[in-house]
Design a binder for this molecule. Structure first.
Ligand code: ADP
Length: 624
């Protein structure tokens, strides 16, 4: 038997590994199993290149849990290691990169996550996060004798002959007290499913049952023995994304989605990425059915490196807005185990992110061009994501621009161009009218519809930002968006009104409404029957809404409101020459309340007062 110490830096490293990865402990399984997969593919390579004999054995990895012994064993039938190799790869090389690791390890790089550990050749050592002792039994594919390496702390080890006869490596972890849960068959399976669901070699899980349990299950004489089920690997070694798109059926895509994302709602549609040049990149991105705007943030994009799960939602590779989608992306060429700051600055990664974005945009445009009806049906689900993408990424906007549609209150879907052509003719400044609440703004919507103008619906959180973005980006086209209560322009006529009459009315309404900063204007309306309306300055309102929503500002800017009175209406004409007695003031208050109600419900106190006053005015009509 020989003894040794892993490396001079080991004392520094083990505590770091243990502490750093504390929250992500279960990745030791990924590390050990992907080492096993590597060892198997190395052996395959030797066989394919005539440097080793195949024994016809099927590639496999076995994970055995033995609660009684407290061990978890990972066995592969890969290339195996000789004594020299164990010393070289496990004991020395493992830590050569680790000096860097220690140097780079600072408090603020903590969030770089577990991905880093593989890069520094520490993968195997993650076993010590959960073990009191680790034993490697390995038999090289060569004639070298089998060898056993044992270490209790990852720092000092012993080497002795092993009784292993089969080619490959068995790594036995003596699980420490704090981590006994990993011996539990259910936890073990769940962890393997999380990290190893698509590893390229079949993984079988076996539970060694304690003697007593076994006895209880022993078949009594004369009874049929229970049928042994054919053992099934826990993983899918041929994930759908590795297949060619033209070989996959819709049912397969849906089934894959259900299985991987546990989402029983069908995806709306999907994109199968399959590029070999300029990137080696495969994957499937699904557009999920979004139940509401907030559930949109629940997307998840799983990143793989040659079928080995790396992490969910790596922002550096997948543009942030695409994280609203669900999918799997496999990039074998990407240095996924390096630090995130490296990924952020890597040109290759940037190009790849741009490629994915482009594919998504192109797909949307194709849907729009070739299946517009279906696309319109999806639109309600996907538009927050598309709009978010436009704001975040100019290039994405440029590509999907043509496929952006708007739902009108009449239930039609139109592009901006279609809207402008129909509603604005050759006006120089083009206005798109929108409603943010179809029910509350029904009266205002009707006024526009009566004038032959369509109103579109913009009722999600992102819309405010989105239209401001559009107005800015499309400023050459002089397009602006106005909520139906924002401007009276298209509801009023040109024409002089008397300032004296306006001032008189202002006085009356001030008295009725109190001095709450509402301006009073007088204009002839196109609609003769309408007495008055309230308009709210668009930009001012948007700004207030945005700052209270996103900025968490307590200070609420007052809305800039104007009460516009219809100069053509008989009641308004009558008021112009009325006195300022209580009855007249009550009428003015009533007019102002009705105008307010046309755009939004009255606040509680005002509603109470409105009802009281309505009763009073009705009574006055008959009882003087
Ligand atoms: P990495 O896998 O990042 O190189 P590890 O610490 O996980 O770092 O492993 C170090 C080396 O030990 C591997 O590169 C490989 O040569 C060897 N090794 C680890 N596990 C196995 C195994 N199951 N079979 C054969 N060789 C292995």
């Amino acid at each position: 038997m020989s003894k040794g110490t892993v490396s001079i830096n080991a004392e520094n490293i083990m505590p770091v590994i243990k502490q750093w990865l504390y929250s992500d402990k279960d990745i030791f399984m990924r590390e050990l199993i992907s080492n096993g997969c590597d060892a198997i593919s190395k052996f395959r390579w030797l066989v394919n290149n005539g440097q080793a004999e195949s024994d016809g054995e099927e590639d496999r990895i076995e994970v055995i849990t033995d609660k009684e012994k407290g061990t978890l064993t990972f066995i592969d039938n890969g290339i195996g290691m000789t004594e020299d190799e164990i010393v070289k790869y496990i004991a020395q090389v493992a830590f050569s990169g680790a000096t860097d690791f220690i140097t780079k390890y600072t408090e603020d790089s903590k969030d770089e996550g577990a991905g880093i550990i593989g890069h520094f050749g520490l993968g195997f050592y993650s076993a010590f996060m959960v073990s009191d002792k680790v034993v490697i039994d390995s038999k090289s594919y060569t004639d070298a004798p089998a060898v056993r390496w044992t270490s209790e702390d990852g720092m000092e080890y012993e080497i002795e002959p092993s009784d292993r006869t089969a080619r490959g490596t068995a790594i036995t972890l003596y699980i420490d007290d704090a981590d006994k849960e990993f011996l539990n068959l259910w936890t073990l399976r769940a962890t393997l499913e999380k990290h190893c669901a698509f590893m390229p070699v079949p993984i079988y899980v076996t539970e060694i049952k304690p003697e007593e349990e076994k006895k209880a299950e022993d078949v009594k004489e004369g009874e049929e023995p229970p049928k042994q089920e054919e053992p099934k690997p826990i993983n899918d070694i041929h994930p759908l994304w590795m297949k060619r798109p033209n070989e996959c059926t819709d049912e397969e895509y849906k089934e894959f989605y259900r299985k991987v994302f546990n989402d029983y709602d069908e995806p709306l549609f999907w994109i199968h990425l399959n590029a070999e040049y300029p990137f080696n990149l495969k994957g499937i991105l699904y557009f999920p059915r979004i139940k509401n705007e907030f559930s949109a943030s629940e997307g998840v994009i799983k990143l793989y490196n040659n079928q080995v799960f790396v992490a969910d939602n790596i922002k550096e590779v997948i543009p942030e807005f695409l994280l609203l989608l669900k999918g799997c992306i496999d990039c074998p060429d990407l240095p996924l185990n390096v630090s995130r700051s490296f990924l952020q600055n890597d040109g290759y990664v940037k190009k790849m992110a741009a490629y994915i974005t482009r594919k998504v945009a192109d797909r949307l445009v194709t849907e729009f061009n070739t299946r517009r009806e279906d696309y319109q049906r999806y639109w309600d689900d996907i538009h927050p994501f598309v709009k978010y993408g436009c704001i975040k990424d100019d290039k994405f906007y440029d590509r999907v621009k043509k496929a952006l549609i708007y739902k009108t209150t009449g239930g039609e879907y139109v592009t901006l161009e279609e809207y402008l052509n129909k509603n604005c003719g050759d006006e120089e400044n083009k206005t798109v009218y929108y409603a943010s609440d179809e029910k509350r703004q029904a009266q205002m919507i009707k006024l526009y519809n009566d004038q032959g103008k369509d109103v579109i619906l913009l009722n999600t959180l992102i819309d405010n930002n989105f239209i401001s973005f559009l107005e800015y980006t499309e400023r050459d086209g002089k397009v602006s968006f106005k909520r139906v209560d924002a401007a009276a322009d298209s509801l009023t006529e040109e024409g002089e009104v008397s300032e004296e009459a306006r001032a008189k009315l202002e006085g009356l309404f001030r008295k009725a409404m109190g001095d709450e900063g509402v301006e009073v204007a007088l204009k002839p309306f196109k609609d003769d029957a309408l007495i008055a309306m309230i308009t709210v300055d668009e930009q001012n309102r948007r700004f207030t809404e945005m700052s209270s929503r996103w900025g968490g500002m307590d200070m609420k800017l007052p809305e800039k409101r104007t009460l516009v009175l219809n100069d053509k209406h008989p009641l308004v004409k009558w008021l112009q020459s009325a006195g300022d007695d209580d009855h007249t003031v009550a009428l003015c208050a009533q007019v102002a309340d009705l105008a307010e109600m046309a755009r939004q419900p009255l606040v509680a106190d005002r509603m109470v007062e409105f009802l009281r006053r309505s009763n009073q005015l009705l009574t006055e009509m008959v009882v003087k």
